[in-house]
Design a protein around this ligand. Structure first.
Ligand code: ME8
Length: 651
């Protein structure tokens, strides 16, 4: 996808107001925000849309369950999304609600246009409807003749008068679009799924309902007041009504969208129904529909009934918003599924962000403070460090296409290469040695090289981590904007001389021992409808069962503590040497100092997880983990009842 167009219209799905935001919603929104920020930085006239999807049976039922009027309920939940995006500093240009008067008028105009074109006709619908997915399914697709093939919930039989959209008439045109536009659906492999589906034959789509009320009415000149629009027809139209379609077309010059960001669950609606509606309306098709994967918790779909929903605000509050943004975009290849784990998040913060990025800034602050009174001058960088610069520029040149091909994890991976170049250059040229040998000019050039690399990286990282990168650019005395993007990343310029400002460490190390507990969402519990038997087997009353073979993957052993000391400067950690009957004792860093002194632990027996991947805590390698139990009264070690030989397996 080239950056040649002047305008960029970027959208998220509009979120259903039957649920409060979780990390899946945050993920889509953060990717879209990243693309919008990048587009603006590169000088594109950008319009970024998000909002809420508020009509349909699902919302009506959710409000009823809570005894609230549907509008009040929709107002309340819509506000929680908007507030969250505001707190997250999401740079949307418009927050649309499908209950907005202007949106509803736009949908009616679209309906009239498609009707006049002869693409809509009236008939009777008989079939199965999944309220949760707001989708009709032919009987043949149901699980056990009753359950939804998408979400597993029970479907209801619907027989009612309905208007239909002639989707079948668009089969060939859709196939031609997929074939002629290689990147219309990203990642590309997802396109094949869509093509297969369309090649299987498209049935006309029921686009109105009469059995409930909460939706956009048909245009008044249709004189058919008992019908409301199908929620997906209503919802998809938001992408054009937000630009003034049906009103004044004020912003329709942003159309077609550069990219609709969606989750893979709603690809069919966006890649089949939406382009067919647009063709019927005579409007151009979106440039890209990009479908990301699914976030799970401990391998399971997040749902309120399971109490395993990860609240994005809690994660951002605990670990930092920009860190959370980086983690989500770096951890999972776009299109793939990802399991949310705090351990993985902490690793990313300590390693990529702390060790590679934060540490580099500390090094340049230290170097310029110690040798040059804070001054940084890049004048002689090309004289001494052309090879390093070439490497950095070659990485930077690869970045933009990766971002707009939705290979965001690779974008970040590639963006880290210049940091490696910089860290290696310090180790190789050693400013302290250069200064000792009187090579002051070369040392200053090294200082300038590192600062300029940091500046270039912070510009390109800005769309992902806006707050952190603004701090870095403040320290380096420049502003991230279209001008600096042009100079530093397109024209390959270096920073002009400046005096570096000291700032606090950006990524204080997080000890795993004090892993922050992100509580699953327990409030607002909504009873979930019956789930297909297939999925019930895995779980009984909230317990997730594992097989015995899974249990035995963990190696548990009795150990004897043969040496114990405090970890200097740590309030929580003890450094233990534990005999596990092996050639050498294991070093284990344990976060137990609040409850046990080193003396308490010496010569006692403990239970050890012996096959845990070694981790570094406060600079000490830890080669295992002690079993302990903790409640509101504190923590106690789990120990064998009688002395056992060191290394005795537990299980
Ligand atoms: O589908 N992992 O709304 P929605 C990743 N209103 N992404 C997730 C996710 C998860 N576990 N859960 C949700 C709708 N999402 C319609 C859209 S657009 C015209 C109408 C993301 O609130 C994913 O992008 O059920 C999904 O597509 C989106 O949230 C909307 O979910």
């Amino acid at each position: 996808m080239s950056n040649s167009c002047k305008k960029a219209y970027i959208t998220t799905p509009i979120y259903y107001v039957n649920d409060i935001a979780h990390i899946g919603h945050a993920y889509t929104t953060i990717i879209a925000d990243t693309l919008a920020r990048y587009s603006r930085m590169t000088g594109l006239d950008t319009f970024f849309l998000t909002g809420t999807d508020e009509h349909g049976q699902k919302i009506e039922e959710a409000a009823k369950k809570r005894g609230e009027s549907t509008q009040d309920y929709a107002d309340k939940i819509s506000a929680t999304f908007k507030n969250l995006w505001d707190e997250f500093d999401i740079s949307y240009d418009k927050f649309i609600r499908t209950t907005d008067e202007e949106h509803m008028k736009g949908v009616q105009k679209a309906f009239s246009t498609m009707y006049s074109k002869g693409d809509i006709y009236k008939d009777t619908y008989k079939g199965h409807y999944c309220i949760s997915c707001e989708t009709f399914f032919p009987e043949i697709q149901l699980v056990d003749g009753e359950f939804c093939p998408e979400c597993g919930k029970s479907t209801t039989i619907v027989e009612e008068e309905s208007y239909f959209f002639k989707l079948s008439a668009y089969e060939d045109k859709l196939l031609a679009w997929y074939n002629d536009t290689p990147d219309c659906i990203l990642p590309r492999n997802k396109k094949n799924e869509v093509i297969r589906f369309v090649e299987g034959g498209l049935q006309d789509l029921s686009i109105t309902r009469t059995s409930f009320d909460w939706g956009v009415k048909l245009p008044s000149d249709m004189n058919d007041p008992k019908h409301v629009m199908y929620v997906w027809l209503d919802a998809l139209m938001n992408y054009i009504t937000a630009l003034g379609y049906g009103k004044d077309d004020a912003n329709m010059d942003y159309w077609p969208a550069r990219v609709h960001l969606i989750g893979k669950d709603i690809l069919r609606f966006h890649a089949i129904y939406w382009p067919a509606f647009l063709m019927s309306l005579g409007l151009p098709l979106p440039k890209h529909i990009a479908a990301h994967g699914w976030w799970t918790r401990d391998g399971e779909k997040m749902s309120k009934s399971k109490g395993n929903v990860v609240n994005p605000k809690e994660v951002a509050d605990a670990y930092g918003l920009d860190n959370f943004r980086y983690f989500m975009l770096r951890e999972v290849p776009f299109g793939g599924d990802g399991d949310f784990s705090q351990k993985a998040l902490i690793d990313r913060i300590n390693s990529d962000l702390g060790n590679d990025l934060g540490n580099l800034l500390n090094r340049v602050i230290g170097m310029s403070g110690k040798y040059f009174d804070g001054e940084v001058d890049s004048s002689n960088v090309t004289k001494y460090y052309q090879n390093e610069l070439d490497e950095v520029e070659s990485s930077l040149a690869k970045l933009e296409p990766l971002l707009f091909e939705m290979q965001i994890h690779r974008y970040l991976e590639e963006l880290w290469r210049p940091l490696t170049v910089a860290n290696k250059a310090i180790d190789k040229y050693q400013p302290w040695t250069l200064m000792k040998e009187g090579e002051e000019e070369k040392a200053m050039a090294l200082n300038g090289l590192i600062a300029s690399i940091l500046a270039k990286v912070s510009v390109m990282l800005y769309p992902v981590m806006p707050k952190v990168c603004t701090k870095i650019s403040n320290a380096l005395c420049f502003k991230i904007d279209n001008d600096s993007w042009n100079r530093l990343t397109q024209n390959k310029e270096l920073l002009s001389p400046f005096n570096l400002k000291k700032i606090d460490p950006l990524f204080p190390r997080i000890e795993e021992a004090i892993l922050k507990q992100i509580e699953p969402e327990h409030n607002n519990k909504i009873e979930e409808p019956k789930i297909a038997k297939k999925t019930e087997l895995k779980e009984i009353e909230g317990i997730t069962y594992i097989g015995i073979e899974q249990f035995f993957e963990t190696s548990l052993k009795v150990g004897t503590v043969i040496q114990a000391e405090e970890v200097p400067k740590s309030k929580k950690l003890l450094l233990l040497q534990v005999d596990l009957g092996e050639d050498e004792p294991r070093q284990i860093v344990a976060g137990i100092k609040e409850w046990y002194s080193a003396e308490d632990m010496l010569n006692t027996q403990v239970c050890v997880v012996a096959n845990l991947k070694p981790a570094k805590l406060m600079g000490h390698i830890s080669q295992g983990m002690l079993l302990a139990a903790k409640d509101e009264d504190g923590l106690c070690m789990i120990r064998p009842e009688k002395p056992k030989t060191a290394g005795t397996p537990i299980g």
